[in-house]
Ligand binder design. Structure first.
Ligand code: 8Y4
Length: 276
């Protein structure tokens, strides 16, 4: 199954790695040897060398308690970086945003994927994504990022995530988004307890919707901290285990902070899958 991201064709029956590039004001405040743009480009370049197929550029923190970012502020942060990455690097640039204006401007700059953790639920997002006419990742979230971890509750987490995603596919198609451009994501950590996250990972195959590749992101997340007792900067081994399991269970894209290590883990999983 092939998918086209701004001119680049990828076989989605295989597993690819997406590197995380945060462009929030404090993400590059180390040293002052580079300006923000140089630092972002340097980090992205290394992720491409390390084997990333995607770079996911995000200018708004979804952490509960994070400060709200205005549309103009998000545009100012993200657009120069997107423009530089598209021009300079041999990689698919993904835009991590829920803001319609950012979706539209990024698409004009040549981004290959819209990654929306709010599943195109913001006013104007469905329309902006449809007009962009590039692939979009629709992620499950319960509630809003600010409050989603207050008391996550499901009667049947698998069924509810599955029904949310199929419902959003239907809404997206009605808005003019082509079915072949829709990627799905169970949204690990987005309005879920450890138990919910583990149930979703254990049954990842059952969440697959025919014709729609799956993206997953568990890198360094607190679910891994809860199991291992490790702080965020010591979660690489746990993140690699989670990536390996996801790849074995059919994920097409794995969103991570540690590209080099994850590419190796995915290579092992892919080799085993293809040996059957
Ligand atoms: C430590 C490190 C603690 C990272 C928390 C986090 C996903 C996503 C995020 C995901 C898709 C994050 C933008 C949250 N997670 N997009 N974005 N899927 N599609 N938290 O799972 O990395 S940000």
């Amino acid at each position: 199954m092939e998918m086209k991201f701004a001119g680049r064709i990828l076989d989605m029956s295989r597993c690819h790695v997406m590197g995380v590039l945060n462009v929030t004001p404090d993400s590059f405040s180390d040293g002052g040897r580079y300006n923000q743009l140089d630092a972002a480009l340097f980090k992205a370049r290394q992720m491409v060398v390390d084997g990333a197929a995607f770079i996911d550029v995000g200018g708004e923190s979804t952490r509960p308690g994070a400060a709200k970012v205005s549309i103009q502020e998000e545009l100012d942060r993200v657009c120069p970086v997107v423009e530089a990455l598209v021009r300079e690097l041999d990689v698919i640039v993904s835009i991590d945003t829920s803001t319609p204006e950012v979706m539209s401007q990024s698409a004009e700059l040549g981004v290959g994927l819209i990654n929306d953790v709010r599943a195109l639920q913001r006013e104007g997002a469905l329309d902006a994504s449809a007009r962009a006419a590039i692939p979009v990742c629709i992620m499950h979230i319960q509630g809003e990022p600010e409050t989603m971890q207050d008391h996550p509750e499901y009667r049947n987490v698998l069924r509810e995530v599955s029904e949310f995603l199929t419902g959003r596919i239907r809404v997206a198609e009605k808005a003019g988004i082509e079915a072949h451009n829709i990627i799905l994501d169970p949204g690990f950590g987005f309005g879920k307890t450890l138990e919910h996250n583990l149930r979703l990972l254990a049954s990842l195959e059952q969440l697959q919707v025919v014709g729609h590749p799956m993206l997953v992101g568990m890198s360094r997340k607190s679910m891994l901290g809860h199991i291992t007792g490790r702080e965020v900067d010591e979660r690489l081994p746990a993140s690699l285990a989670a990536a390996t399991i996801s790849a074995m269970k059919g994920a097409s894209i794995i969103r991570v902070h540690d590209v080099r290590e994850t590419v190796d883990a995915v290579k092992i999983a892919t080799a085993v899958k293809e040996a059957v």
